[in-house]
Design a protein. Structure first.
Length: 152
């Protein structure tokens, strides 16, 4: 029995350290006006090993997606992407004008100052998925994040 407990405990510690390999900094969500059905979430994501961000969810929206803003035929367009590469040791910015998270079918207004849970689904090189949940602060509609100069 002690050996089983030790094995389970070790497996649990391993899982925790695997999750600790992905760090999220400066997560925030744009506030909404009443009855608005979409918003964006932004943050910096860094993985110790090469990984991919393959999904996102939040209880405040019916649907959350990974998106990219890119120039197509001299027009800035937003499109959904299946995954975002997280190169080993390099921070990737999810920010306005590049990769970011979109929330659709919002269940309520997102008010400045509150926090919203956002869960990121990350896939490692062995195709094993793990999740990281962060509390993202809701910022004003007019908020503009400072340029960091790092990542994508």
């Amino acid at each position: 029995m002690t050996r089983i407990l030790s094995t389970l405990l070790a497996a649990g510690l391993f899982s925790t350290s695997a999750l600790a390999q992905v760090t999220v900094t400066d997560p925030w969500v744009r506030a909404t006006v009443p009855n608005q059905k979409a918003s964006g979430a932004f943050m910096r994501v860094q993985s110790a090993q090469a990984a991919r961000l393959v999904g996102v969810s939040t209880p405040v929206a019916g649907r959350a997606e990974l998106h990219e803003m890119a120039m197509e035929n001299n027009t800035m367009r937003m499109r959904q992407v299946d995954a975002i590469d997280l190169p080993a040791g390099k921070a990737v910015n999810l920010a306005s004008g590049g990769y970011h998270v979109m929330f659709f079918d919002l269940k309520r207004q997102l008010k400045e100052g509150e926090t919203v849970p956002v869960t990121l689904l990350v896939q490692d090189g062995a195709k094993k998925n793990s999740s990281v949940t962060v509390e993202a602060r809701v910022k004003p509609l007019t908020f503009v994040a400072p340029k960091t100069g790092h990542g994508h």
